[in-house]
Design a protein around this ligand. Structure first.
Ligand code: F6P
Length: 325
């Protein structure tokens, strides 16, 4: 197995608070262990176009506390083609990079896996997404911060919802996963959450309305996981038609959910998995995602991390149901 002397690091897909802490961790741990580090800008786009810079420890000073990603990010269509990946591989060779560390979500780690398979190139994934939808790690980088951001927003909306005695449908991100919706609903004492994992053919709105909204309640918050067809707007329109006695409003939180100062949990998670990535490479591990399960650093084959389904704990649905009476 070829010795690793130089690692490249990039962020890809949707940015997530804590990505900078991960870049810092990878860079400093690599240098600590005698390796060279190169930062790759704008994700796979920058990798294909040769946007590469040698990093020193100073390049990652004072970033642990900042949101976004200093390396910038992109969702690259070209990298999804064999020609695109060939260009990316050519840059890696030209720059003398022996291993690539990719910080991103499902699509980004799938890209890393393909590059690894096609060119027998060592790739390590770090779970960076607010959606928390990667298998094999309890949490992903950015999820905790976003959950707290959503909680702050919903607490504020509750003030106005109470004052006007309204039903609010609040749409949160998560792509196809309901972790953000379900857990923010519990954290805010919401009356219901509508999540993709619970859509077993039943009509979640009718179920919720038929349970009845207690007369003494001044307001009602329903957290809805984003969905192209059945988002917060869809449910609000239906309530307006089917239950016209209620005063309904919608709030779509949007991209503010991805910004902000990373929480302590995200900074620590990012720092631990960053060190874990360098340790993995030194130990000869290849093509794994570094995660944390039950407070232990774990190495999950990339194929499992991206292809296996991460189920939501059904107990969380029961908790919300029981507490929202
Ligand atoms: O995957 C992270 C995420 O924020 C999802 O929750 C959301 O569906 C998507 O990215 C939004 O992507 P974009 O910033 O490209 O609109």
């Amino acid at each position: 197995m070829a010795k690793i002397r130089c690692v490249g690091v990039l962020t890809s897909g949707g940015d997530a608070p804590g990505m900078n802490a991960a870049i810092r961790s990878v860079t400093r741990s690599a240098i600590f262990n005698g390796l060279k580090v190169k930062g790759i800008y704008r994700g796979y786009e920058g990798l294909m176009n040769g946007e590469v810079k040698t990093f020193t420890t100073e390049d990652v000073s004072n970033i642990i506390q900042t949101g976004g990603t200093i390396l910038r990010t992109a969702r690259s269509k070209d990298f999804q083609t064999p020609e695109g990946r060939k260009r990316a591989y050519d840059t890696l060779k030209k720059e003398g990079i022996d291993a690539l560390i990719v910080i991103g979500g499902n699509g980004s780690l799938t890209g890393a896996m393909k590059l690894a398979e096609e060119y027998d190139f060592p790739c390590i994934g770090l779970p960076g997404t607010i959606d928390n939808d990667l298998y094999g790690t309890d949490n992903t980088i950015g999820y905790d911060t976003t959950l707290n951001t959503i909680m702050d927003c919903i607490d504020k909306i509750r003030d106005t919802a109470n004052s006007h005695e309204r039903i609010f449908f609040i749409e949160v991100m998560g792509r196809d996963a309901g972790f953000l919706a379900q857990n923010s609903a519990i954290a805010c004492g919401a009356e219901a959450a509508i999540i993709p994992e619970d859509s077993t053919g039943s009509d979640q709105l009718i179920e919720f309305m038929s349970r009845g909204i207690r007369k003494s309640k001044k307001s009602c918050i329903v957290v809805v996981s984003e969905s192209p067809k059945c988002g917060a707007m869809y449910y609000a329109e239906r309530v307006k038609k089917e239950y016209p006695q209620f005063d309904v409003r919608v709030s779509i939180l949007g991209h503010l959910q991805r910004g902000g100062i990373p929480s302590a949990r995200d900074r620590i998670l990012a720092s631990r998995v960053g060190v874990g990535a360098i340790t993995a490479l030194i130990q000869g591990q290849r093509n794994v995602m570094v995660g944390i399960r039950n407070n232990e650093v774990v190495y999950v084959p990339l194929i499992e991390a991206v292809a296996k389904n991460k189920p939501i704990d059904l107990q969380l649905i029961k908790v919300l149901d029981e507490l929202s009476i």
